[in-house]
Design a protein around this ligand. Structure first.
Ligand code: BGC
Length: 447
């Protein structure tokens, strides 16, 4: 039986890729640039000094690539440390470069989304106390206001903070990322500072651009309990509430519920126009009383799933549907998939990953859940934080040769380009790029 079906999306659906300033620009001088200088912190002692050379001008050719993949949107981040090099400054030359990039996206038919904070800060901000400072929200709001004033004619889609809880746990609990601190009390203060700063940035942008559409990006972990489930469910539920719900709940209720107790966060409710969902992996979790430093919790790889490298967990793209459904039922806010991708240098998994994710999203849209767009992580291989340029963590639709900087399309680039052009996924695309998935995605010949 030949199966023929087309899984179409609503018109105006955003299809793009996502990148982050520090991971692609090069020549930065921020908290991560300082962190990378110390040997042993990043795989191979790599630094992001070169990255993908966007600051040196290669953004233009990479935006051509995104346009060639029929992207109609693109999520980039702007670097706070460049634009606000000292507390009350605004660097016009840096702003001009970002204006050129944003115009470059629009000229190529792509709607920009700007992320304000993607894991890096100016050194002056960190050295004064970072997110624990009482005036952290005011500093972040200054950046947001100036950005809206400067770029508001080119962009009205804003993501304030990328994955606040990943940032807070990696940097203030597990010591894997800048600033490499460890302590539950400190981490709690950082998360509270991020909640307040998100809201302050929201009001700052709306003050300049009332029609702006503003969200933040949530890293959603698929979680399952270790055996014995009855005991470990306690830990898994706690982890789920903390990582998947606490930040958004705080923005809805004004109370931040964290391990160690609740923190009131006044004047933050109603500061989300949409939720950015970042969906990558699933873990098995449970309690481990020998690990106080990780909140007595432990992650493992789920059984029976395709597994990613090192600590990546299991790869299960169809569970994107469950994540969307849960966020919609809980918050009744539109959802944009602001990141979704897979570490896969040889492109063995990526085509299947893309078609399964798109099918899951189509399923969600079909149930009436308002999903507005999908941003694939990532357009090109880039600097993957503590993993540096370790090829096992290559996420790009385009492979980047680290010696020459040459970009080569992986097969999944063409697939994603076809999906974006068609505003949907056809059985014929699945048959060509991921034939093994035909029975799973179209059992009995139906989607
Ligand atoms: C982050 C990206 C990162 C990607 C892949 C996301 O959590 O926002 O910066 O490169 O995951 O690990």
């Amino acid at each position: 039986m030949t199966v023929k079906a087309f899984l179409g999306f609503p018109s105006g659906f955003l299809w793009g890729c996502a990148t982050a300033a520090h991971q692609v620009e090069g020549q930065n001088n921020n908290t991560w640039s300082r962190w990378e200088r110390v040997p042993g912190r990043v795989h191979g002692n790599h630094t992001a000094d070169q990255a993908c050379e966007w600051w040196a001008g290669r953004w233009a050719e990479d935006f051509d690539r995104a346009a060639a993949l029929n992207n109609n949107a693109q999520r980039i981040s702007i670097e706070w440390s460049r634009l606000v090099p000292t507390p009350d400054a605004w660097d016009e030359a840096a702003a001009e470069r970002y204006r050129a990039m944003l115009s470059g996206l629009r000229d190529r038919g792509m709607k920009p989304m700007i992320t304000l904070h993607h894991f890096t800060e100016p050194l002056w901000f960190a050295d004064r106390g970072g997110w624990t400072m009482d005036d952290a929200p005011a500093h972040f709001a200054y950046f947001a206001r100036r950005a809206a004033e400067t770029f508001g004619d080119l962009c009205d889609l804003w993501c304030t903070i990328n994955e606040p809880l990943v940032y807070a746990t990696q940097g203030y609990l597990f010591r894997r990322w800048a600033p490499g601190k460890s302590g539950v009390r400190l981490m709690r203060r950082v998360v509270a500072g991020l909640v307040r700063s998100h809201a302050a940035a929201y009001y700052a942008i709306k003050g300049v651009q009332p029609h702006a559409s503003i969200g933040y990006a949530l890293h959603y972990l698929g979680l399952h309990s270790h055996w014995p489930q009855l005991v470990n469910n306690i830990g898994t539920r706690a982890l789920d509430r903390f990582m998947n719900l606490s930040f958004t709940d705080a923005l809805m209720s004004g109370v931040l519920r964290l391990p160690g107790g609740n923190i009131p966060v006044p004047n933050v409710t109603g500061t989300l126009d949409w939720i950015g969902l970042q969906f990558y992996h699933e873990f098995q979790a449970g309690l481990n009383f020998l690990k106080p430093g990780s909140l007595f919790l432990e992650y493992g790889k789920p059984r029976g799933m395709v597994l990613g490298p090192d600590s990546w967990g299991g790869i299960n793209p169809s569970a994107l549907y469950e994540a969307i459904k849960r966020l919609w039922s809980r918050y009744q806010l539109p959802i944009i998939v602001t990141e979704s991708g897979v570490p896969d240098p040889d492109d063995h998994l990526r085509p299947g990953y893309i078609v399964e994710s798109v099918k899951a999203m189509w399923h969600a849209v079909g149930y009436g859940f308002p999903v507005l767009g999908y941003f694939f992580w990532s357009l090109i291989d880039n600097f993957e934080w503590a993993e540096g340029y370790d090829p096992r963590f290559n996420f790009g639709l385009y492979k980047v040769d680290r010696e020459t900087g040459e970009r080569t399309a992986r097969p999944s680039a063409a697939l994603y380009g076809e999906i974006c052009a068609a505003n949907g996924l056809s059985t014929e695309m699945v048959a060509r790029y991921a034939p093994d998935l035909m029975p799973k995605l179209f059992p009995n010949g139906k989607p």
